[in-house]
Write a protein that binds this ligand. Structure first.
Ligand code: SAM
Length: 250
């Protein structure tokens, strides 16, 4: 009952809140053809990637960003790419597997605010956490991304919506492989499936992590023809999601 009242209150407040100023979109589009790096250039990028990533546990905390004071575990280059993808592909639902502090969900909701109109973020986490940001566009779902009940909620939310999916929960190959059996079907044609942290397990960072998203992708990718890896989304060279931006083409 309390949850229902809370939801009704949030909806009512959202209704009362005046529409924020909408940015008038420009005509520039990101390049779709990006030439691959030479071996030497890739070596330089990988060396920087390792330096950058190893500092995540040092004082610099490179992977721990903040968005309006809420922690978000991403690379600035990647969230900029998220913004370009969202602007260009116009999803009205983003399903985020793995919430942690909620800063990622808030960032996505903020992009929808800037865009105006509809736009919801459904974010799923197995671990409860206090002080996650409250926002009328964010729906928190408690549970495993693999729970039947959770999947049923996602299916209901995605029905008839232009949907994008971000896999950013447990980065073991087993978990990502299991999510890849379920979540791609929710992605709408033209939208993206983003497999986060494909850099783990020695691609090029943290070899001791063992099989991770890249190994899961290597198994799954050849078995389907609906998605294409879009390497143009890695044009900033450093991405924590190498080969992890997949566009639904079928
Ligand atoms: C990398 S963090 C998510 C970061 C967040 N997306 C962001 O942008 O800041 C991974 C989260 O996945 C959650 N997680 C791990 N296994 C999960 C599962 N099976 N189902 C749902 N969430 C899971 C963890 O509790 C953790 O909070």
């Amino acid at each position: 009952m309390r949850r229902l009242l809370g939801r009704l209150r949030r909806r009512f407040l959202a209704y009362l809140r005046p529409e924020p100023y909408r940015i008038r979109p420009g005509a520039h589009r990101t390049p779709t053809e990006v030439s691959p790096l030479s071996e030497e250039e890739q070596g330089i990028v990988d060396a920087f990637h390792k330096l950058y990533y190893d500092q995540r546990v040092e004082g610099r905390q490179t992977v721990l960003l903040s968005w309006f004071g809420h922690r978000i575990l991403k690379c600035p280059f990647d969230i900029w790419t998220y913004q370009e993808i969202i602007f260009e592909t116009k999803p009205d639902l983003i399903v985020e597997c793995g919430t942690r502090y909620g800063g990622g969900a808030l960032y996505l909701a903020s992009l929808f605010d800037l865009r105006g109109g509809s736009g919801q973020v459904m974010t799923i986490d197995i671990t409860a956490m206090k002080h996650r940001p409250v926002h009328p566009r964010i729906q928190y779902v408690a549970g495993s991304t693999l729970d039947d009940g959770v999947v049923a909620q996602v299916r209901a939310a995605a029905a008839g919506k232009r949907t994008m999916v971000i896999l950013d929960s447990d980065h073991s190959a087993t978990q990502v492989a299991a999510e890849l059996k379920i979540y791609p079907e929710f992605v709408s044609p033209g939208c993206y499936l983003i497999v986060d942290d494909a850099n783990l397990g020695g691609h090029p960072v943290l070899p001791e992590h063992g099989p991770g998203p890249t190994e899961a992708l290597d198994e799954w990718y050849p078995t389907q023809s609906d998605f294409e890896i879009d390497r143009s989304r890695e044009r900033f060279m450093l991405s924590l999601n190498p080969r992890g931006f997949l566009k639904r083409v079928g």
